[in-house]
Design a protein around this ligand. Structure first.
Ligand code: ATP
Length: 971
């Protein structure tokens, strides 16, 4: 895309845009969305329509306003609001009034001459003693208008708060001044509350006594302070404490405890509900930490947990993170953004229950404050912190403006103390510094403005009544939003796709119609100036920092510039696909590095399969591995079978203790509730999550397609509750590699650029990936999501990986299990089944679950020909699943659904149910003695020595309770 000069934007349209957006952004909580100028619609009243003298006066006035405004904008740190949005004229007016009042009330002109008398009579008479405070109040208003003019709602809030404070102050002054009546001399009235004070308190004093009126005024005053500072009731204690700590110079005192509590809370919250939720926007820093935002998240978190999202992904706006982990300087406002529908819905719900995070440019009076004041901020900002942070969140950035100051990196979530691994090994997670920050993100650049102009012109040329109403800039692409005027067909825009490509000189234009959850068309156009998303920044984002779940990985950034992290444990299995060079391996690297950064070997263990022998070698020897990196495809297939055995062992163990999920079991172990049977030498330890990463699935599928598919299907169907998760990457997402069965069982998908639309369909079940740009540009479809989310994958360099790996290896030596690549006993599959085992299993399942023995049903459901269906039916008859043929009638089904697992196992040639010792136990008994960190050292013994809850022999027994145990396993 060619970079074009920024279009000069008509004033009227600029204002209109801001106004509309300002209103809409009431509920905005996230997303780096930038308003674009609307196409000019009606001629705006312009300056040269005015007669010359007026124009000259206006010019002078505005010139002076700009000078004064410029001075205000230089106070503290510079701000640069968009010229189109400035309200310097009003600001200047407030400054002049303030000077006039101050000259009289402060500087001794009171009652001196006509000027002193007139001003004093007007202001003193109206506000009484509060006239003395009035210049200060007016200057606060002017300060806001000069520095944050685009925050209409926040400005209104502050205005209302100040007005209320003035009224309450006058009321208090009136009571304190002895409640003079209007008939009293002016001087008496002035030294009390003036006319306003009289009106505020005289009627009230009659109703609820003088003391009641005074109390009410004090309450009003406090309320006005809360409105001005956007402090909700529940934040008052925190604010007071912060203020106290700041005054007393206790940077992080007492806060550490809070943080710990918060961490504990976050952990449990995300552990149970890892959900997509709109995040509060940018935060201000409090003593180097964002306590307020965290408070807010805690509040939101519990609530958001009730939302319907349950797909493993957490995304947030980039305002939630400070590049470099430091407080980003408030950004330069140039427009406002709108929330997505989900954000609006979420905000509305929060508002309804009083949890609402303040809209970035419009914190509601009762909304939680979105910022806290840091000691480093200039004192002049004290009155304005809410607005500053909100403006920073709302405002897109102008390229020429520095966005973030370099500052120390924020920690990647990890425990502060040394971690004690089993065997009294102290383990320190890698330092955040190993993953440096990337360059600060842009929210707007000239390239964006050029595209807006090109889009607007294209719409105009083809006479489509639609406007470009905004855009959200991500690292790789920007999504421009087009809203249609009533009566305009969506197709009129979508039909222009080629013309749009032409106009913006890019062949990679993707049209979203509509943007999910919005009444707007999205046009994604690659950025001429792409940005790299550093993994360190993703891991330091709030979404990542609010949880220390060990399986959370940094995914990247979405199209709106929000960071995306995902919990691999919730996926629960992930398919990563894309053509060579599209960014798959980089993604896998980011994933592994995320785990190394956040998890100890006691928490997460990994099996890495790298048939290409190049991608994962950097991780050789990390203690999280339970086996050396497997490069031989045949061995890899065996390792997968080991994983199946491990899964079975875990299931048996969980069932013995009466738990359905490994998290419950681990919790019980940590709480001392799961105790080994008497006489057992077993030391109870939590199971680590087991992450199995296959870097090239195609290579495995070439050597042992059936075994690999079989293992994958078994693992994916069952392993979730056992804490075992698969990540399968392939550059050949064809149906022979990603078979229907594998696809059906791997619910989360990450599609990098594919070479064809067919490949995209294989990965995502829809086209789209073929249009991606490569180099980490991806469509992410986590389990439960209906539409893929476009993300730019996180990037981690080789030297960063090297540092992390060196650190991790320095902490602990890898202790490999020896049984992983040991081949499982060969299954005995009856000869007559031959290659049809999988079909036969499916046929059995179908017939038994439906209790309907029909050949034509098998034909239809399994999509096989008549001959094959007939053969399957014969096989089913020979194995006693169905009765003999009864002509055209369906056959009797002889197996009950409850018995299905046993029948399937027999067909597979697994250990016949009821045989002496099931393979998992043997395998577990052969457990490597060194595997003490793996947490199953004596499990095998335990399993072998105790009566199994799952006893296949007894499954048919009358009353042994084993059915319950069986159902516990979910098998
Ligand atoms: N997230 C990313 N951000 C920036 N650049 C990236 C990203 N991912 C990949 N790239 C660029 O694309 C190149 C190829 O990426 P990568 O090696 O991950 O592709 P791949 O799909 O694994 O290819 P192959 O299948 O050949 O291994 C990288 O060398 C890098 O320059």
């Amino acid at each position: 895309m060619a970079t074009r000069t920024s279009p000069s934007q008509p004033k009227a349209s600029g204002r209109k845009t801001a106004g509309t957006a300002g209103a809409r952004s009431k509920t905005t909580t996230t997303a780096a969305r930038t308003r674009a100028p609307r196409a000019p619609q009606a001629p705006a009243p312009v300056e040269h329509d005015l007669p010359f003298p007026l124009r000259a006066v206006r010019g002078l006035w505005m010139g002076l306003a700009r000078v004064v405004g410029g001075a205000f904008r230089k106070l503290g740190h510079d701000v640069h609001p968009d010229r189109e949005l400035r309200r310097d004229g009003t600001g200047l007016f407030l400054v002049i009034v303030a000077m006039v009042v101050a000259s009289v009330e402060w500087w001794g002109l009171r009652g001196q001459g006509w000027y002193g008398t007139a001003v004093h009579n007007v202001f003193g008479g109206t506000f009484g003693f509060m006239a003395v405070v009035l210049p200060f109040v007016l200057l606060v208003g002017a300060f806001r208008l000069f520095r944050r003019p685009e925050e209409h709602r926040a400005n209104s809030r502050v205005g209302i708060g100040l007005a209320l404070a003035t009224a309450a102050g006058s009321g208090i002054a009136h009571v304190v001044g002895g409640l003079p009546s209007l008939a009293d001399p002016f001087e008496v009235l002035w030294s009390a509350g003036g006319i306003l004070g009289f009106l505020m308190t005289a009627p009230l004093a009659g109703l609820i006594t003088v003391w009641g009126a005074l109390a009410l005024m004090v309450v009003l005053l406090l309320l006005s302070v809360m409105i001005v500072t956007a402090t909700p009731f529940r934040h008052i204690p925190g604010r007071l404490r912060q203020g106290y700590e700041w005054i007393m110079g206790q940077p992080e005192g007492g806060y550490a405890e809070d943080r710990e509590a918060a961490d504990a809370h976050d952990q449990s919250y995300l552990h149970e509900h890892s959900r997509t939720q709109p995040k509060p926007r940018r935060k201000a820093r409090l003593f180097g930490r964002d306590k307020d935002a965290e408070d807010r998240e805690r509040g939101d978190g519990g609530f958001a947990g009730d939302e319907a999202y349950d797909h493993a992904v957490i995304r947030e706006s980039d305002e939630d993170v400070e590049p470099g982990g430091a407080a980003a300087e408030p950004r330069v406002p140039a427009g406002v953004r709108r929330p997505t529908a989900a954000e609006r819905a979420m905000q509305k719900i929060k508002d309804d229950v009083g949890l609402g995070a303040p809209a970035p440019d419009a914190p509601a009076p009762d909304g939680p404050a979105s910022e806290a004041r840091g000691p480093a901020e200039p004192a002049t900002e004290a009155i304005d912190t809410a607005a500053l942070a909100a403006a920073a969140a709302a405002a897109p950035r102008v390229p020429s403006t520095p966005v973030a100051q370099p500052a120390p990196l924020a920690p990647i979530p990890q425990r502060t103390e040394q971690l004690q691994l089993s065997g009294d090994v102290a383990y320190t997670l890698p330092a955040s510094e190993f993953l440096p920050s990337g360059p600060p993100a842009k929210e707007r650049s000239e390239a964006n403005d050029a595209v807006v102009k090109a889009l607007t012109e294209t719409l105009d040329q083809f006479k489509v009544d639609a406007q470009v109403t905004g855009f959200s800039r991500g690292p790789t692409v920007t999504r421009y939003e087009i809203e249609l005027s009533p009566g305009t067909k969506v197709e009129r825009v979508t039909a222009l796709s080629k013309n749009i490509s032409y106009a913006v000189a890019s062949s990679d234009v993707r049209i979203l119609s509509p943007i999910p959850g919005r009444s707007a068309i999205g046009i994604e156009i690659p950025n001429a100036d792409k940005e790299v998303v550093a993994l360190g920044d993703v891991l330091r984002s709030n979404a990542a920092r609010k949880t220390d779940h060990p399986m959370v990985m940094g995914v990247g950034k979405d199209v709106e510039g929000g960071f995306v992290v995902a919990n691999l444990a919730k996926m629960p299995h992930l398919l990563v696909a894309g053509a060579t060079g599209a960014g798959k391996s980089s993604f896998v690297n980011s994933m592994i590095t995320s785990i190394l950064m956040r998890a100890t070997p006691d928490e997460v263990r990994m099996v890495m399969v790298d048939p290409k022998r190049v991608e994962l070698t950097a991780y050789e020897g990390v203690p999280h591995l339970i086996t050396p990196i497997i490069t031989n495809p045949k061995k890899a297939a065996e390792a997968l079978q080991w994983v199946v055995r491990e899964m079975d062992t875990r299931y048996d163990d969980l069932a013995n203790f009466g738990y359905k999920h490994i998290d419950d079991f681990n919790k019980a172990v940590r709480n001392g509730k799961a105790v080994p049977p008497e006489g057992s030498k077993r030391v109870m330890k939590p199971y680590p999550y087991l992450l199995v990463i296959v870097d090239e699935l195609a290579d495995l599928m070439m050597v042992a397609p059936r075994d690999v598919e079989d293992s994958i299907v078994r693992i994916t169907q069952l392993a979730r509750a056992a804490g075992i998760h698969l990540v399968l990457a392939t550059q050949r997402p064809s149906v022979d590699v990603v078979t229907g069965l594998i696809k059906a069982n791997v619910p989360s998908r990450m599609a990098f650029a594919t070479s064809s639309v067919t490949d995209s369909r294989v990965v995502l079940d829809q086209p789209g990936a073929e249009k991606l740009l490569g180099q980490g540009d991806a469509l992410f479809l986590p389990m439960g999501a209906s539409k893929p989310m476009r993300v730019q994958g996180a990037w981690v360099t080789e030297s960063e990986i090297h540092k992390v790996v060196e650190h991790v290896k320095g902490q602990l030596k890898a202790e490999y299990r020896k049984d992983v690549a040991v081949e499982a006993p060969k299954k005995e599959i009856d000869d007559d089944i031959g290659d049809d085992l999988e079909l036969l299993l499916q046929a059995t399942e179908l017939v038994v679950t439906t209790q309907f023995g029909s050949t034509s049903m098998l034909q239809r459901k399994l999509r096989v020909g008549f001959a094959k269906a007939g053969r399957l039916m014969d096989l089913l008859e020979s194995r006693g699943v169905v009765g003999p043929s009864e002509g055209s009638k369906a056959r009797d089904v002889l197996v009950k659904p409850d018995d299905l697992p046993g029948v399937l196992a027999t067909m597979r040639g697994d250990e016949a149910p009821g045989s002496a010792a099931p393979a998992p136990r043997e395998a577990a008994l052969a457990e490597n003695a060194n595997a003490n960190h793996f947490g199953v050292d004596l499990v095998a013994e335990d399993l072998a020595n105790r009566t199994q809850a799952i006893d296949y022999d007894d499954r048919d027994g009358e009353d042994d309770g084993s059915e319950d145990a069986w159902s516990l396993t979910g098998r």
